[in-house]
Design a protein around this ligand. Structure first.
Ligand code: NAP
Length: 234
């Protein structure tokens, strides 16, 4: 029997998600990487060094109910439990927009992926999380969603991350009865396709708190928003 902890990372084919997949494999997790395009996921399985026999790629578009349901079903054909769910998949479509002009279409797309996507995936994989001895849900959020210092940048993205933080609070309350810990994490400003080439943070820095949560962070932190392994303001 495989006694490695099992983690699932959404949007695991590039950026922070891909690095998470790599780090978790090196920490002796078994990992399921989910992606919109299976070729992208398979390319990661081929390219990564480390124990890739412990890595599986699964297709899942987090913005689509049917795709999430199908992914949960095919996951269940191979696995009966999930220890760590990382809701990492995200989009940023409105860097140059203002709250006064951003279209409803962009608001809806962004909310549907960044906030509802995480809730949808958590609900769909809940039966497997309930079978774990030490289950966790980690929502990759952003300081852009912090109400304390909310500015004007990327309104749809910012609203979606504030809503994701609310999803974290609500889930942490309702999932405590199953011992499922739920957190939001800000990875920092990280050099990826989304973060851009001038971002100061490395992929290792962006994944540190998430890997720590997956591996060893205290259970009492459930319900909090974390940055650099410390609680951050909402
Ligand atoms: N980079 C930063 O500075 C930064 C800062 C704060 C927070 N974050 C957060 O960190 C997370 C990862 O960001 P990143 O910088 O790694 O971004 P990225 O390089 O743009 O990668 C985004 C990932 O999300 C996937 N994705 C997007 N929409 C999806 C959908 N509907 N279903 C499934 N997967 C989807 C993408 O898949 P495709 O390849 O198919 O597009 C890709 O794998 C995001 O939640 C982001 O908001 C990033």
């Amino acid at each position: 029997m495989n006694r490695r902890k099992l983690a699932l990372v959404t949007g695991g084919n590039r950026g922070i998600g891909r690095e998470l997949v790599h780090q978790l494999l090196l920490k002796e997790f078994q990992v399921v990487l989910t992606c919109r395009n299976i070729k992208d996921g398979e390319a990661v399985v081929e390219a990564l060094d480390g124990p890739v026999d412990q890595l599986t790629a699964l297709i899942m578009d987090v913005s689509d109910d049917e795709s999430v349901m199908l992914a949960s079903k095919s996951f269940g054909e191979r696995f009966d439990r999930l220890d760590v769910l990382v809701n990492n998949a995200g989009i940023l479509l409105d860097e140059a927009e203002s709250i006064l002009t951003v279209s409803e279409d962009i608001l809806n797309q962004t909310w549907n992926t960044n906030s509802l996507g995480a809730l949808r995936v958590t609900r769909a994989f809940l039966p497997y999380l309930k079978n774990s001895d030490d289950p966790r849900v980690i929502n990759v959020s952003s300081l852009a969603g912090q109400l304390k210092d909310m500015g004007s940048w990327a309104p749809a993205y910012s609203i979606s991350k504030t809503a994701l933080n609310a999803v974290t609070c609500l889930l942490s309350n309702d999932l405590a009865q199953f011992n499922i810990k739920v957190n939001s994490v800000s990875p920092g400003w990280i050099k990826t396709d989304m973060g851009g080439p001038t971002a100061p943070g490395t992929l290792e820095e962006g994944t540190d708190t998430i890997v720590w949560l997956a591996e060893e962070a205290p259970a009492e932190l459930t319900g909090s928003f974390l940055r650099d392994r410390e609680p951050a303001d909402w």
